[in-house]
Design a protein around this ligand. Structure first.
Ligand SMILES: CC(C)(COP(=O)(O)OP(=O)(O)OC[C@H]1O[C@@H](n2cnc3c(N)ncnc32)[C@H](O)[C@@H]1OP(=O)(O)O)[C@@H](O)C(=O)NCCC(=O)NCCS
Length: 160
């Protein structure tokens, strides 16, 4: 897939994000999450990117900076989702690359994330260079079906 644009989220993306990416969430929930993301960005606490292909929003990711005085060199990636019918086309990698580029510009040196163990998402993060540093058995429990997963913790150093 050529011509995928990665850009910061806008409030007008709410409907397409809801339709294509976060269909399990209500539209008002997606809107309020965008409001929070935009507020974080104004305060330079974090950023949210979307992937756009052919005028359709098909992916989402967020990065938030760690504000702890001893961890200001760290940031957390979360909420990475690519529209089901657009997976395995490189969109996830483009979104993560954008987060890492931004983190680098802000002087961040370590990016971390948490993922359900044994899932395709874990395979994805390994394939884009993240390394495992811990695991919390049954650390994730899905609200909607009670299913439990090990929470696997991953990191990537940003090279200067
Ligand atoms: C994880 C996710 C974001 C990956 O997005 P994507 O756009 O499909 O990923 P990419 O096309 O950039 O994949 C890059 C590489 O990751 C690996 N990869 C991605 N999906 C994979 C899968 N299902 N199985 C095995 N490897 C996979 C491959 O090495 C792939 O390269 P290749 O296609 O050339 O073999 C997507 O599967 C998704 O939205 N999953 C559901 C939400 C989720 O679990 N998010 C993570 C929350 S922590």
């Amino acid at each position: 897939m050529d011509n995928i644009v990665i850009r910061q989220v806008k409030m007008k993306d709410a409907y397409q994000l809801h339709k294509n990416v976060f269909f399990n969430n209500r539209l008002f929930e997606v809107k309020s999450s965008i409001q929070i993301s935009l507020s974080n960005t104004r305060k330079k606490k974090g950023f949210r990117f979307v992937a756009v292909f052919s005028n359709e929003v098909i992916g989402n990711v967020e990065i938030i900076f760690n504000t702890h005085p001893l961890m200001k060199h760290r940031a957390l990636i979360y909420s990475l989702v690519v529209s089901q019918n657009r997976r395995r086309c490189g969109v996830g990698k483009l979104l993560v690359d954008e987060c890492i580029k931004l983190a680098d510009n802000y002087g961040i040196r370590i990016v971390t994330l948490s993922v359900r163990g044994g899932t395709d998402a874990e395979k994805f993060y390994k394939s884009v260079g993240f390394k495992k540093y811990g695991e919390l058995p049954n650390g994730i429990e899905q609200l909607w079906d009670g299913k439990q997963y090990d929470e696997c913790l991953y990191y990537k150093h940003i090279e200067n």
